[in-house]
Each structure stands twice: as structure tokens, then as C-alpha cells.
Write a protein that binds this ligand. Structure first.
Ligand SMILES: NC(=O)c1ccc[n+]([C@@H]2O[C@H](COP(=O)([O-])OP(=O)(O)OC[C@H]3O[C@@H](n4cnc5c(N)ncnc54)[C@H](OP(=O)(O)O)[C@@H]3O)[C@@H](O)[C@H]2O)c1
Length: 243
């Protein structure tokens, strides 16, 4: 896909991985819908940096825990830009929950944001994406191969997001390709101390943490060169899924 002039919606694009994806695609010439929920100032900075790269960009606020707000987000983006070519489902919550701590409310909220919202966004975007011959990229998590027992709801949500990717790939074919990127470490959770980071890095075959730019490069590759790729989940994890 030629990315120039394409309209791309990246959810959770104010900070960290989402910001890197937005900037990478802006530099490829795409027009950016920069979604955020609470990081308004960061999102404005992402949009300003996209514009500095020479392409239109605008911020859109929405709480993706609310399915109606998620559907309305797509309508607002299409109303503003007149089309939608690419949906990148990046926004997510990553919260600790063991089986002992199981909390139905927290479980429900994590699944709403991490898997229901991508489904609602895809549904709301289906007509625009089909018209555009567009793409969906879901940002998944390589850790589901060896799931962390202390993040029960998150792991289940990311497993479901992989399944959603494959289901949507079949449902949207042949007009729209749907792919996933299974991230290892791209940006450390801010509360992880040096010892934890070192311990987790030792388990990565390439012996280093990845970066938001590593994920953005994979998303860019799948969009630019992935015309014959759909339903695939690309690990971007330094080989962690093997170890
Ligand atoms: N970081 C890693 O190393 C890593 C590892 C494996 C997988 N991943 C995956 O890669 C993606 C990006 O990772 P990240 O660490 O950059 O993500 P993050 O910082 O944990 O979250 C990204 C954004 O999600 C948005 N978000 C959270 N709750 C929301 C809600 N209710 N409504 C709308 N937006 C909401 C937040 O936007 P606001 O700040 O505007 O509220 C947040 O900035 C995620 O899907 C994550 O699961 C990341």
C-alpha cells in the first residue's frame, strides 16, 4: 500500500508506542488521526510533530471503555478527513491481576478496552475501510505464548485480540487486510525497577529490550509491503517467543 495521503487512525497515540507509530506513518506521508483519552498535551505534541513532518494531523479524544464513544470516534475521524484507510488498535490497559485478586469489574474493563474496543472500531470502520481497500493493525503481545499468571485479564484480552485479528482477516477479505504485531518489550512499564528490567532482558534471545520505533517499523512494513499478508501476527520481540 502506498501510504502517502492515506488517513490513519492510531489509538492511544499520545505517548510511547502509539506515538512512535503515528510519527513513523506521518513521515511516510499519511494523514494522522491521533487518538487519546487522558494524555491531551502529549497527543497535541504527537499531532504537532506529525504536522512538522509535513502532513495533516489532528487529535481526537475518546474513552474506549465506552463502546458508543469508540464507534463515534470512527465517525468523527471520517467526518473530518472524509475517509479512513488504516486503523491501528494500539490503546490498551496493562494491569496486574492474579487469580486470587480476581475482580469481575476490573476484568470487564480490561476486556472492554483491549478487545471490545478494537472490535467496535473495526465494525464502525468497515464501510470506510472497504471503500479504501484499507488495513487494520492490532497491537498484540508476544507474552501470551508464555502467559504471565499475575496479569490474568490482560493476557486473556491479548489472546482474544489475536483471535479477533484472524476472524476479522477472514471477515474483511478480500478488500481489507487485517494483521497483528505481537510486541515483546518495547517500552518498559514506568514502575519497573532496574533489577526487573535486567531480569526480563536476560530472557530475550537478542539480549536487549526493543523500542517503540521497532514496533513502528514493523507496522510500517506490514502496511507498505504487506499486500499479500492477512491474518498474520508478526512477533517483534527479539525472539522472546522462542525462549
Ligand atoms: N510497552 C511494551 O513493552 C509492550 C509490550 C507488549 C505489548 N505491548 C502493547 O503495545 C501497545 C502499546 O504499548 P504501550 O506500552 O505504549 O501502551 P500504554 O502506554 O500502556 O497505553 C497506550 C495508551 O492506551 C490508552 N488508553 C488506556 N485506556 C484507555 C481508554 N479507556 N480509552 C482510550 N485510550 C486508553 C492511553 O491513552 P491516554 O494516555 O491518552 O489515556 C495510553 O497512553 C499496547 O497495545 C500494549 O498492550 C506493549
Amino acid at each position: 500500500m502506498d501510504l502517502s495521503e492515506r488517513v490513519v487512525l492510531v489509538t492511544g497515540a499520545g505517548r510511547r508506542v502509539g506515538r512512535a507509530i503515528a510519527l513513523r506513518l506521518a513521515r511516510a506521508g499519511s494523514r494522522l488521526a491521533v487518538h487519546y483519552r487522558s494524555s491531551a498535551a502529549d497527543a497535541e505534541r504527537t499531532a504537532a510533530d506529525c504536522r512538522a513532518a509535513g502532513t495533516p494531523a489532528r487529535t481526537f479524544e475518546a474513552d474506549l471503555a465506552d463502546p458508543a464513544a469508540a464507534a463515534a470516534l470512527v465517525e468523527r475521524v471520517v467526518a473530518y478527513f472524509g475517509r479512513l484507510d488504516v486503523l491501528v488498535n494500539n490503546a490498551s490497559v496493562f494491569e496486574t491481576m492474579t487469580v486470587e485478586e480476581f475482580d469481575a469489574g476490573a476484568w470487564e474493563r480490561t476486556l472492554r478496552i483491549n478487545v471490545t474496543a478494537p472490535a467496535v472500531l473495526a465494525h464502525a470502520a468497515r464501510v470506510a475501510l472497504r471503500e479504501a481497500g484499507g488495513r487494520i493493525v492490532n497491537i498484540c503481545d508476544a507474552a501470551i505464548q508464555q502467559p504471565w499468571a499475575d496479569h490474568v485479564a490482560y493476557m486473556v484480552s491479548k489472546g482474544a485480540l489475536e483471535t479477533l485479528t484472524r476472524v476479522l482477516a477472514r471477515a474483511f477479505a478480500p478488500e481489507v487486510n487485517v494483521v497483528g504485531v505481537a510486541v515483546g518489550v518495547a517500552a518498559w512499564p514506568e514502575h519497573y525497577d532496574a533489577q526487573t528490567r535486567e531480569r526480563l532482558t536476560r530472557r530475550i534471545p537478542l539480549r536487549r529490550a526493543g523500542t517503540p520505533e521497532d514496533v513502528a517499523a514493523a507496522v510500517h512494513f506490514l502496511l507498505r509491503d504487506g499486500d499479500y499478508i492477512t491474518g498474520a501476527i508478526l512477533p517483534v520481540d527479539g525472539g522472546r517467543h522462542l525462549a
